[in-house]
Design a binder for this molecule. Structure first.
Ligand code: AMP
Ligand code: GLY
Length: 421
């Protein structure tokens, strides 16, 4: 069969790498892809938000399955367009993607179905939002309702900070329409983990647990990023915690979405805060995590195409997942300055040496080809991923590969996986 993957980051490289390994697949395209992806798929120069061109390409080339990586095309209705055209596509409809694209929707949904999360209210009026923030305990969390590329959450230690965050979003509109409404939420303590499941509308098939590191600097300091590294499994997600997450969060979400007339098909990602074994939801994503997908794909033993196809055809109850018992770690190598301003176009050295190490895969995110060289082209540049007999050796192996790669101004965290050993 022929598969089209939409996106061009580290997550999509991991998905394409896995799909290309399927004996059932004769052709993989990736739009727009990146130089790493071009080693295992044909990259097509169509942007991931250009739904009309993606649809025309899939029709013309008779793609048997399209897999959508990023949230923006999902929120813009790519799945609805493909389905209307009679094409098979993995991902939620625009309506179902509201679990990610509207935090207000997600919070109201959790309240309707008794899904554990922090107390919150949604506001479009700044004075009312400020009064609510001032009336609760500190810190307090102010969130833009819409998609904000990981920059829509502000943890405020004082009422003054909360007022400033509310004004930024609702009055100055610094986040555009994403900040037309804000959610003011209780601050939750504990340890974070990512719980990702593949859903077919009625069935929820949990993947192995994973954990990312959102802060830019070691010790979880500095600004939040899209994720500076990830591991699988996450130690905090014990068997009991995983069962609690399924019973109290994932299955109620799937059932609730059916009740609301928008069954969820695709990857459902619950960002969790876990304290004393009790999971609560921080956010939902309607897609695979990035970089969590990188360690997950190197550990998955199933043919991913079987899993995605079962999700699209409503037969996930017949799939049983198998995982490499070895843990995996992914260290993100980023451009110096990320998530703030950074320079692009730096020549990357050592890629082949790193990739030659056993049980190492160097996934590309923000890279570009320039003549014979591969150069940096984004904030998160590479996701250096390794398996090991235990977590410590997976992490050691990933950092050994990282040490072979360099460019001017490269930045990575040195403590990825510290909570998992
Ligand atoms: P979100 O996009 O909602 O996951 O928020 C991004 C990050 O902000 C999360 O990964 C947490 O580190 C932090 N965060 C969000 N909501 C809360 C909360 N209610 N309490 C504590 N931290 C939070
Ligand atoms: N790693 C966090 C995310 O994918 O949103």
């Amino acid at each position: 069969m022929k598969v089209l993957v939409v996106g061009g980051g580290g997550r999509e490289h991991a998905l394409v790498w896995k799909i290309a390994g399927s004996p059932r697949v004769s052709k993989v395209w990736c739009a727009p892809g990146n130089p790493g992806i071009s080693e295992c798929a044909e990259c097509v120069p169509i942007g991931s938000n250009d739904i009309n061109s993606l649809l025309a390409f899939a029709k013309e080339n008779r793609a048997d399955l399209t897999v959508v990586g990023p949230e923006a095309p999902l929120a813009a209705g790519i799945v609805d367009s493909f389905k209307r055209a009679g094409l098979r596509v993995f991902g939620p409809t625009k309506e179902a993607a509201s679990l990610e694209s509207s935090k207000a929707f997600a919070k109201d949904f959790c309240k309707r179905y008794g899904i554990p999360c922090g107390a919150s209210e949604t506001f479009s009026d700044a004075a009312a939002a400020k009064a609510y923030a001032a009336g609760g305990s500190l810190p307090v969390v102010v969130k833009a309702d819409g998609l904000a590329a990981g920059k829509g959450v502000i943890i405020c230690k004082s009422v003054a900070e909360a007022e400033a965050a509310i004004d930024e979003m609702l009055v100055s509109r610094s986040m555009g329409d994403a900040g037309r409404r804000v959610v003011v939420e209780e601050f939750l303590e504990g340890e974070e983990a990512s719980f990702i499941a593949v859903c077919d509308g009625n069935h929820v098939l949990p993947l192995a647990s994973s954990q990312d590191h959102k802060a830019a600097f070691d010790g979880d300091r500095g600004p939040n990023t899209g994720g500076m590294g990830a591991v699988s499994p996450a130690k905090v997600v014990t068997g009991d915690v995983a069962r609690a997450v399924m019973e109290r969060i994932m299955l109620p979400v799937a059932r609730g979405m059916v009740t609301e007339g928008m069954p969820f098909v695709g990857a459902l990602y619950a960002g969790l805060m876990i304290k004393d074994g009790e999971p609560r939801v921080l956010e939902f994503n309607a897609r695979f995590g990035d970089p969590e997908t990188q360690p997950l794909m190197v550990r998955m033993k199933n043919d991913l195409v079987d899993v995605l196809e079962a999700a699209v055809t409503g037969t996930l109850d017949r799939v049983e997942l198998e995982w490499d018992t070895r843990p995996a770690a992914c260290v993100v190598m980023a451009s110096g300055g990320y998530p703030g301003a950074y320079e692009k176009g730096k020549v990357i050295g050592g890629l082949a040496d790193a990739a030659a190490l056993a049980d190492v895969v160097v996934f590309h995110a923000g890279t570009r080809r320039a003549g014979d060289e591969i150069v940096t082209d984004g904030g998160r540049v590479l996701g250096v991923t390794a398996l090991g007999v235990d977590m410590k050796s997976a992490i050691g192996r990933a950092y050994e590969a990282v040490s072979k790669i360099s460019w001017e101004g490269v930045h990575c965290r040195k403590d990825i996986g510290h909570r998992a050993v």
